[in-house]
Ligand binder design. Structure first.
Ligand code: GUN
Length: 282
């Protein structure tokens, strides 16, 4: 039987409808969640991601502002801008779109964002709080993956989750969140020996490597749930890290690319901004 398609697009729409209701309730209480997205330069992929974020905010009736800065801006000037947003009481979420131009040390900018407005969840304090299970902002892609699994009723307790990829923004945090959900977690990466022998054991397989269609049916156990985090631009268009056609013959459920994890990521950014506004109001 072919795999069930886990539509991130549909689940994200459902969550956005819920968020829209929540925003309008907050407005009645004079709470106006507001997201500021800072885009330095005009990197084409970043332009497209940023547009998606602003559009999603509009869709749920939440205020958002796009600040465009020249790609010649200095690190000090960008830090000053971040500080201004940190001090602006009307702003609940700050996102500085990455990558940044070479003259700017990304880590310095990430660390300059007030952790109580860090809706991207990239600040080391946010990451540390996530590791210890404290209240924080979870970074959006790992949080989106967990929400997809939850809303698709994928059981995690006692299951073997295998994460392929160890990036700071996806692999490492999603592994920890799966662990917190009582899965038994294995993290694989580019130096893992005999990858397929490990991924074959996965009840839930998360592919977050950034290599087009590298996960084939030889990597997947019959009946596994496969979440594809890859966004690879190829001659054949946008493809994931998973060879969708053949893996969907063995998996019990699978996310498509596009329309899988991507829409969830943006939706979690909206959820984090609303959560931030609620925390600031308390
Ligand atoms: N560039 C690509 N993805 C992201 C993201 O989630 N946040 C930020 N700030 N930049 C990105």
């Amino acid at each position: 039987m072919p795999a069930k398609i886990i539509s991130g697009k549909d689940i994200a729409s459902e969550i956005r409808r819920e968020l829209k209701v929540e925003v309008s309730e907050l407005h009645k209480n004079q709470i106006f969640p507001k997201l500021v997205v800072v885009l330095v330069g005009n990197h084409p992929a970043s332009e497209s991601y940023v547009k998606g974020k602003i559009r999603a905010a509009e869709e749920i009736g939440m205020e958002s502002v796009l600040i465009r800065l020249e790609d010649t801006i200095s690190e000090e000037e960008l830090l000053t801008k971040v500080e201004e947003l940190n001090n602006d009481k009307s702003v609940h979420g700050i996102l500085v779109q990455l990558p940044l131009p070479k003259q700017i040390a990304e880590q310095r900018i990430i660390e300059a964002i007030a952790s109580d407005k860090d809706v991207d969840g990239f600040h080391p304090e946010s990451v540390g709080r996530m590791v210890t299970g404290l209240e924080t902002f979870l970074s959006c892609t790992p949080q989106g993956i967990m929400e997809l699994l939850k809303r698709s009723d994928v059981p995690l307790q006692g299951k073997h989750a295998v994460v392929v990829g160890r990036s700071n923004i996806v692999g490492k945090p999603v592994a920890l969140l799966l662990l917190q959900a009582d899965a038994t977690v294995t993290i694989c990466h580019s130096k893992t020996a005999d990858l397929a022998s490990i991924t074959k054991q996965a009840d839930v397989l998360i592919a977050a490597v950034g290599r087009a269609e590298m996960i084939t049916k030889e990597h997947v156990k019959n009946g596994a749930v496969v979440i594809d985090v890859g966004v690879n631009r190829t001659e054949n268009g946008l493809v994931g890290d998973v060879k969708f056609d053949e893996v969907s013959e063995v998996a019990s459920a699978i996310t498509p690319v596009p329309g899988g994890v991507g829409p969830m990521t943006i939706t979690m950014l909206m959820a984090n901004t609303i959560e931030s506004a609620k925390r600031h109001a308390r």
